[in-house]
Design a protein around this ligand. Structure first.
Ligand code: FNR
Length: 370
């Protein structure tokens, strides 16, 4: 049967009514102090509960895992309660929601770190660029990213345990599952890509070694909450935050084959033409080919994101390139995106100026279609 956006699909233990998912979207509006989801955050997700699946904004697994101002966590009791209100509201509307687990690694700043420590990374190599911090007056500001400290093996083991605990917390908070964020140049991606990992121990060098931390995290989280509640997001050939790998086809091919045998809820890939939140116009033909290659390798449910609209999403499903499409910016501006796509209604335009930080404006005030 040809696949369409409005065919149901089975995902782990859930049956989704259609295939229009909401991509994970950092909005930097967690309650302060404590980075706790608020009533406003509950309303934002409730409005979007008609998504086949909501993947929440990236959520730090520990204080060490935070890299930007006002992002929510899932490592304190208050945060678990805050997320519980979110999952309850989404479930009351008939929705399904996975929480995205996040550790930024080197993309951080001492102001976020326990005891003002240096951020951690596979190697003492700084990310080119800045991160969004809080200045001395409590305002958001772009700050330089320092040279990170190289993790030792006990530090790595502690992080695997942080992922395990965060996954358990997410289930306690009523989430239907967790998506492990292993893309966009954050900690797990820093281990995977050859240009940010110069280790010579069991976590660096060969592809097997660079993939080791991701697979240990997947195994720990799956042992904790069950593989059918676990997903992974990768950004193969993504260049955001200075990523680059010498042999991306081999590296990501190996990872996907390893994920196959773990029987996860789904695998989520971002089209490599996206660099963070913008489309890179310097087209590299291998970008298209690598997604095709990984699709052929992966036996389970494959979600794709990155610049999709109604027509390109239908084409991707019909050709078998993807099983589900995640929409990011269109979901920011259109809380009722699925019905708009189904009925081919006009879309609201997202306002990039209110993506990160701020109040209800540009957050919970986008109108549903009349
Ligand atoms: C993102 N993206 C993103 N990805 C991720 O894995 N975790 C996250 O927290 C975020 N945060 C985020 C915030 C904002 C404001 C944007 C625009 C994007 C990337 C996002 O999930 C998606 O891959 C891209 O936006 C491309 O999809 P669209 O927007 O072209 O549909």
């Amino acid at each position: 049967m040809t696949k369409h956006l409005f065919n149901p699909i089975r995902l782990g233990i859930h049956t989704l009514a259609h295939r229009v998912a909401m991509a994970p979207l950092t909005r930097s509006r967690a309650g302060q102090p404590g980075n706790v989801p608020t009533a406003m955050n509950v309303e934002y997700y409730r409005q979007r509960a008609s998504a086949a699946l909501i993947v929440t904004e990236a959520t730090q697994i520990s204080q060490q895992g935070q890299g930007y101002a006002w992002t929510p966590g899932i490592h304190t009791e208050e945060q678990v309660q805050g997320w519980h209100a979110v999952s309850e509201a989404v479930h009351a509307e008939g929705g399904t929601i996975f929480l995205q687990l996040w550790h930024v690694g080197r993309v951080s700043h001492p102001i976020f770190q326990p005891d003002g420590a240096l951020p951690v990374a596979p190697s003492a190599l700084p990310v080119p660029g800045k991160t969004f911090i809080i200045d001395e007056n409590g305002n958001g500001a772009w700050g330089d990213v320092p040279v990170p400290q190289k993790l030792n093996e006990s530090g790595i083991r502690a992080i695997v345990e942080d992922y395990r605990r965060a996954a358990r917390n997410a289930i306690v908070a009523g989430m239907d599952g967790v998506e492990i964020h292993a893309g966009n140049g954050y900690l797990l991606d820093q281990f995977i890509n050859s240009n940010s990992n110069q280790r010579t121990d069991a976590y660096g060098g060969s592809i097997e070694n660079r993939a080791r931390l991701l697979l240990e995290v997947v195994d720990a989280v799956a042992a904790e909450v069950g593989a059918s509640r676990v997903a992974v997001r990768l950004t193969p050939m993504g260049r955001f935050m200075g990523m680059g790998d010498d042999t991306p086809e081999a590296t990501f091919g190996y990872i996907v084959r390893q994920l196959n045998v773990r029987d996860l809820a789904y695998l989520h890939l971002v089209e490599p033409a996206m660099v963070g939140t913008v489309k890179d116009e310097n087209f590299d033909p291998r970008w298209d080919a690598i997604i095709h290659l990984l699709r052929l390798e992966y036996n389970g449910v494959l979600m794709l994101a990155g610049g999709y609209d109604r027509d390109s999403a239908e084409r991707a499903l019909a050709s078998g390139r993807a099983d589900i499409i995640a929409f990011g910016r269109p979901f920011i501006a259109n809380p009722d995106l699925p019905v708009r796509l189904r009925d081919n209604l006009a879309l609201n335009t997202p306002d990039a100026g209110s993506f990160f930080g701020g109040d209800a404006v540009g957050y919970i005030d986008y109108p549903a279609a009349a």
